[in-house]
Design a protein around this ligand. Structure first.
Ligand SMILES: NC(=O)c1ccc[n+]([C@@H]2O[C@H](COP(=O)([O-])OP(=O)(O)OC[C@H]3O[C@@H](n4cnc5c(N)ncnc54)[C@H](OP(=O)(O)O)[C@@H]3O)[C@@H](O)[C@H]2O)c1
Length: 258
């Protein structure tokens, strides 16, 4: 029987690599993002490489109603997913006071509201398909406040908190929820976020393929929280034992333009 996985943000970066990992494991895929051309190209590549069946589901999750539209496409195709990957996300560098309120709202819509809505809408099918999995892509930003990218950091703290609580609620019903926390990763994210000059992205960055492989393995193992990279794991641990004010000041320093 076909096992379906829904992947948001599959047109590039970490989401595209997660789709590749799942295709290698024999999943049929619902590939979602806004860029239809990129999704079509990926669907073609995966079919050629692994014989993967894909449904391309174009949806803008940064607008109200986007998650509903995606869930409707999944249901209309008669698909009952066994895996949901909430990967689509974006952020914007800069001071909150100077940010365009529409773009601030879009970050909350995409990173918080759509992720929550899609999870609620697809959960009944996931429960019917149990054992099933949800993989939410948060960030190491989830562990402390981030002046200079305040809404993004707060949105990822929400993703982490929601994921941990849902895993506790759903594990007894056969649905495990893994929250993947990557550090700086080489994707289109930095340019979209207008943060290429931030000190955070000047060092060596992880590859999207490595992060995706690590995340999918953590999901398969049913891990609750998976922080990618040993340095990031130590930093996340350090934040736990640091005064909140100090962790916030260090995050602000790391966000500075260089
Ligand atoms: N890169 C990093 O350093 C880093 C670090 C930690 C966590 N993360 C997280 O990793 C996840 C993936 O990011 P990435 O680094 O792979 O970034 P990316 O290369 O910019 O990819 C983002 C994906 O999300 C989709 N997307 C963006 N806005 C959307 C919208 N309004 N509606 C639907 N889909 C939308 C994009 O596709 P379309 O443009 O085609 O819609 C794309 O497929 C995000 O949740 C991000 O917060 C990234």
């Amino acid at each position: 029987m076909e096992r379906w996985a829904v992947v948001t943000g599959a047109s590039g970066g970490i989401g595209l690599e997660i789709a590749r990992e799942l295709a290698q494991r024999g999943y049929a895929l619902v590939l979602s993002a806004r860029s239809a051309d990129k999704l079509d190209a990926l669907a073609g590549q995966l079919h050629q490489a692994h014989g993967t069946r894909s449904l391309v589901a174009v949806a803008d999750l940064g607008r109200p109603g986007g998650a509903d539209a995606l869930a409707r496409m999944v249901a209309d195709a008669g698909i009952e997913p066994k895996v949901l990957v909430n990967n689509a996300g974006s952020g914007l560098f800069g001071a909150f006071a100077q940010a365009d309120p529409a773009r601030t709202q879009e970050t909350v819509e995409l990173n918080v509201a759509a992720l929550t809505r899609l999870t609620s809408l697809l959960l009944p099918a996931l429960l019917r398909q149990a054992p099933a999995r949800i993989l939410n892509v948060a960030s190491t930003a989830a562990f402390q406040p981030g002046p200079g990218m305040a809404v993004y950091f707060a949105s990822k703290a929400y993703v982490l908190s929601l994921g941990e609580a849902l895993d506790a609620e759903l594990a007894p019903h056969g649905v495990r929820v893994t929250t993947l926390c990557p550090g700086a990763t080489q994707t289109g994210f930095q340019a979209r976020a207008e943060g290429e000059r931030s000190a955070l992205f000047q060092g060596r960055m992880a590859s999207a393929a490595d992060v995706a492989r690590y995340g999918v393995q953590a999901m398969e193992q049913g891990r609750r929280v998976a922080v990618h990279g040993v340095v990031n794991q130590w930093l996340a641990l350090g934040v736990k034992f640091s005064p909140r004010r100090l962790a916030t000041a260090i995050a602000a320093w790391k966000m500075r333009s260089v």
